[in-house]
Design a protein. Structure first.
Ligand SMILES: Cc1cc2nc3c(=O)[nH]c(=O)nc-3n(C[C@H](O)[C@H](O)[C@H](O)COP(=O)(O)O)c2cc1C
Length: 380
């Protein structure tokens, strides 16, 4: 019987980390927990062996000791961060506050479920029995959600894993993976959150290769072939913004970009600049570029040639991480005409090969650009 995908998709996209909406007053029945564990045990397991072990903690005294060990690792940090970010609208403000709240109230959550596995990561790089646990723990969270309960994936306790092992008599050779505080939820409406779209982070036939349209095998020009490169930089979005919003930055590093000048004075969405390029296969060319997105400290994007039918679109994006910033540099070809489309018109049978070769050159230049920006930012 087919699934009602509206319901399964709702379950999969609304199983949030519940930290402030856990019902601390209502008991959780053991039957319910065991049902969810039985379902979770349907997850794949290496060698088809039973290697996961679930520890259910309800004794208030033991919960308190676990909560104290949890807070010992990062409670103070969460409190400080929570105060520092209060009212700033920082992208992580809500998460940190909720995490701090959970840390403060951990012993009050009716049940703590510690998911463990027989095995230790041996550093061999090969998956083994050890890797059989996360899929089951997540299934457990989904099973909880579908029954009106909630949890949050927490790992802070792992900083005190040895003390927790001692407290719970966990033998050597067993690894703790995640501590799931479990409770009925206060209300059951939880929404999907904003994440990167699949097209941005799904790459076809090779690292970083994107298309704008569904494609089978190597893309044609009309599929909107593109490239995405990323690098993590030890710097802040604020500091990196000055570099990525400088229209001449790529010319410092790229073999084929010669420089650019603003046509409109104020850089903002809709403003234009003229770029100068040179490449031995295509020759020299100038192109008017239109800023399509200008979000300070976040995104600088432009369309080359024509705003409606660009020859190519380009984007720098800054993604904040803990202690670093991920710089994403993405481009996609078309749909408008360009030097490349003229070459394709001359040799239509070689279209896919021409595109693939063009992308090899672009990859080199784009990599040089992001690595150059990284070097500049990290040496300052
Ligand atoms: C590997 C991992 C470790 C995490 N560790 C903690 C933790 O120790 N404490 C905590 O409060 N939340 C922890 N979280 C939950 C994240 O804060 C949470 O997933 C994130 O805020 C996004 O919220 P969402 O899951 O509702 O989308 C962890 C999540 C993951 C995936």
């Amino acid at each position: 019987m087919p699934f009602n995908t509206n319901e399964t998709d709702r379950l999969l996209s609304s199983t949030r980390s519940v930290k402030k909406r856990l019902d601390l007053e209502r008991e959780v029945s053991e039957e319910l927990l065991l049902d969810c564990i039985d379902i979770a045990e349907q997850a794949p397991t290496g060698g088809n062996q039973s290697s996961r072990r679930w520890l259910v903690i309800r004794d208030p005294k033991i919960k308190k000791e676990i909560a104290e060990l949890y807070r010992e690792v990062g409670g103070q940090f969460l409190k400080e961060q929570s105060e520092r970010l209060d009212g700033t609208g920082h992208h992580n403000e809500k998460t940190i506050k909720a995490s701090s709240y959970l840390a403060d109230h951990l012993e009050e959550v009716p049940v703590l479920v510690l998911v463990t596995i027989y095995g230790e990561h041996d550093g061999s790089g090969r998956p083994g029995l050890f890797d059989s646990v996360i899929q089951a723990a997540w299934s457990f969270c989904l099973a909880l959600r579908s029954r009106g309960l909630g949890s949050a994936w927490t790992t802070m306790h792992l900083g005190n894993a040895n003390k927790i092992a001692e407290l719970l008599d966990i033998p050597d050779g067993v690894t703790q993976i995640v501590l799931l505080p479990v409770a009925h939820t206060l209300g059951d409406e939880f929404s999907p959150v904003s994440r990167d779209s699949a097209r941005e982070i799904t790459w076809f036939e090779g690292w970083g290769k994107t298309t704008k349209k569904p494609t089978n095998g190597l893309p044609s020009f009309q599929d909107g072939p593109g490239l995405t490169l990323e690098t993590d930089i030890k710097s802040t979005p604020e500091k990196l913004w000055d570099l990525i919003s400088d229209i001449n930055i790529s010319s410092t590093f790229s073999n084929e970009f010669e420089g650019a000048d603003w046509i409109d004075e104020i850089p903002q969405e809709g403003a234009r600049f003229k770029g100068r390029n040179k490449n031995e296969k295509i020759g020299e060319w100038e192109v008017t570029c239109y800023v399509t997105s200008y979000e300070t400290n976040k995104v600088f994007a432009w369309a080359a040639g024509d705003i409606e039918k660009p020859a190519a679109t380009w984007e720098f994006r800054l993604i904040p991480l803990a202690g670093a910033t991920r710089l994403r540099f993405a481009m996609s070809l078309g749909p408008g005409p360009s030097g490349l489309t003229r070459i394709i018109e001359q040799m239509p049978d070689s279209e896919k090969k021409i595109i693939s070769n063009r992308q090899k050159d672009q990859l080199v230049n784009m990599r040089k650009t992001i690595e150059g920006i990284k070097k500049l930012a990290e040496q300052n």
